[in-house]
Design a protein around this ligand. Structure first.
Ligand SMILES: [Zn+2]
Length: 296
């Protein structure tokens, strides 16, 4: 199993860190978890294409976690030319409505889709790509999921958990994927010591956790409960008994020489496992339930 960090940043603009996105390669499936702005560019940089992606899991509908979702769907539909299976999409409500509002007849991309289906030049391009008219509309298979749900893939399963973030305005999820080679838990956006994340991540090989802030500098207590900080993440990793903790969703203020090292050092004082400061396009390989390789 390979895990590629597509975007380890925040909503803030950054050339070094795109917004949230993670790529999991398990058997023949290419699974994307979150697809914020810039994550799709990183997917291409990682050597993959939209048509290769089979499944998408969206943790919550903050734009920095789903703004490249339309790009993924439209590029996949366009380049796939009706020759690939529909994309399987999982996320919290209202992702089904969002999908309809994007790609439906009266959706944001409705006029574009109509033009590509009906105009002679577009039909020509479609056929050149191997498509057989009449061309169908993009039709991602969306299933809305909640904490406690389990999604079974061929060689993997994803368990849906609850994150501590910006409820009740948004339903905020975390995901755990178990495969033959290992297990990875992605916290989505989550702050404080979230008991549900501790349970979801229990015994995982890798926990990717939001690490937005330097502990003690959060503006308010509720901010701490909504956005990750390094000391709370250390407690979660220790209590969950994970082997490796990957810190991600990193603000520019803490992505500084000296601060990075101090955060990793302080996390390691609490947590005995391996700590990784996440970077865009970093690739982790899991084999036989262990971290076999870290690249980038
Ligand atoms: Zn968020």
């Amino acid at each position: 199993m390979k895990i590629t960090l597509l975007g380890t940043g925040t909503p803030a603009p950054s050339l070094a860190r795109q917004s949230s996105g993670y790529l999991l390669e398990v058997d023949d499936d290419l699974i994307v978890m979150d697809h914020g702005p810039g994550a799709h560019q990183r997917l291409i940089e990682s050597g993959h294409r939209a048509v290769d992606v089979s499944h998408v899991f969206i943790s919550h509908l903050h734009y920095d976690h789903c703004m490249d979702y339309p790009r993924l769907v439209l590029q996949r539909w366009d380049m796939g030319a009706g020759r690939i299976l529909d994309l399987q999409v999982y996320g919290p409500p209202p992702i089904a409505r969002m999908t309809e509002l994007l790609f439906g007849e009266d959706g944001v991309w409705g006029p574009d889709i109509r033009a590509r289906i009906e105009h002679e030049s577009s039909i020509f391009v479609f056929q050149e790509r191997g498509g057989k008219p009449p061309r169908k509309r993009p039709a991602p298979c969306v299933k809305e999921v909640h904490a406690g749900d389990v999604v079974e893939g061929g060689a993997w399963k994803v368990t849906v958990g609850k994150a501590s973030h910006v409820q009740p305005q948004l339903e905020c999820l975390a995901f755990r994927l178990d495969g033959d080679e290992g297990s990875v838990c992605y916290s989505g956006d989550s702050g404080g010591v979230c008991e549900e994340i501790v349970e979801l991540a229990r015994g995982c090989d890798v926990l990717i956790h939001m690490n937005h802030y330097f502990s003690g500098t959060e503006p308010t207590a509720s901010y701490r409960q909504a956005c990750g900080n390094h000391r709370d993440n250390a407690v979660i990793a220790k209590r969950a008994g994970v082997k490796t903790l990957v810190l991600s969703h990193v603000l520019a203020q803490i992505d500084q020489p000296g601060v990075r090292e101090r955060i990793v050092h302080e996390v390691q004082q609490e947590f005995d496992g391996k700590v990784i400061w996440g970077e865009d396009l970093m690739r982790l390989t899991l084999a036989a339930h262990g971290l076999a390789k870290v690249e980038g």
